[in-house]
Write a protein that binds this ligand. Structure first.
Ligand SMILES: *Cc1c(COP(=O)(O)O)cnc(C)c1O
Length: 229
């Protein structure tokens, strides 16, 4: 096997993002790369930061808290399931929570935001594929969920997030991404308080080019960047 170092894998991923963006007539600069650092330590994160990665994603609160302390100058995203008893560790710290997936979490984040006097930027996670074990609101619930969020003054809903089924590799994931894009287009016609759907967070190492072709402007990429570490 050829050993690829961190610098090389970052370059390769950025090039692949640029090619996919160009293919769909978009600008690579409009697509935010969130490097998912859940499998690597803080030293590796620091090296990635020095190589130009600005945004990192963690799926566990404990790791999030540890790494944000080690590298507070980076932008930290929470991408995994958040328990309501841990919102205090995340509100006011995460630049974006990708995994708002249920009403009681929205209430807990709002309450914490109000207490701290901060707004809490979130993406609404949608279970497009309808998998039983996956988090997220159902596609047909998105509108009513967003409408109700208007009552939660500290929340800011900045877009939608989804995950394709793990087994739907590559092309098979395309319909899921297409559907999230359509949900965003349809929902954006309605005006809800505290909601501005500017981000679509979709696409991981195995399918990010397809997600970009279908309108993603945030991709969450772990192994394609860090597998060499
Ligand atoms: C781990 C993870 C990713 C990144 O997955 P890779 O296949 O390593 O790119 C993206 N999103 C979420 C929610 C994850 O948990």
């Amino acid at each position: 096997m050829i050993r690829v170092d961190l610098q090389e894998s970052i370059t390769i991923v950025k090039n692949r993002i640029a090619v996919a963006a160009a293919k769909s007539g978009r600008n690579a600069a409009d697509i935010k790369l969130v490097a998912v650092s859940k499998t690597v330590d803080s030293d590796t994160v620091r090296r990635a930061y020095e190589l130009g990665i600005t945004d990192f994603g963690e799926n566990r609160v404990q790791e999030f808290s540890h790494k944000i302390e080690e590298l507070p100058q980076a932008c930290w995203h929470l991408i995994g399931r958040l328990q309501t008893n841990k919102v205090k560790d995340i509100a006011g710290k995460a630049v974006l929570i990708h995994s708002l997936d249920r009403w009681n979490l929205a209430e807990a984040l709002n309450k914490r935001g109000l207490q701290q006097g901060v707004t809490v930027p979130c993406l609404l996670q949608v279970n497009v594929a309808g998998e039983e074990q996956k988090a997220g609101v159902e596609p047909e619930e998105v509108d009513s969920f967003l409408e109700s969020l208007g009552q939660l003054e500290a929340l800011r809903i900045e877009g939608l997030m989804t995950m394709a089924p793990l087994l739907d590799q590559g092309e098979k994931a395309r319909p899921v991404f297409k559907e999230l894009y359509q949900i965003k287009e349809k929902t954006s016609k309605n005006r809800y308080n505290n909601v501005n759907l500017r981000y679509l967070s979709m696409g991981m190492s195995q399918d990010f080019e397809i997600a970009i072709e279908e309108g993603a402007n945030i991709v969450r990429i772990g192994s394609a960047i860090f597998a060499s570490e």
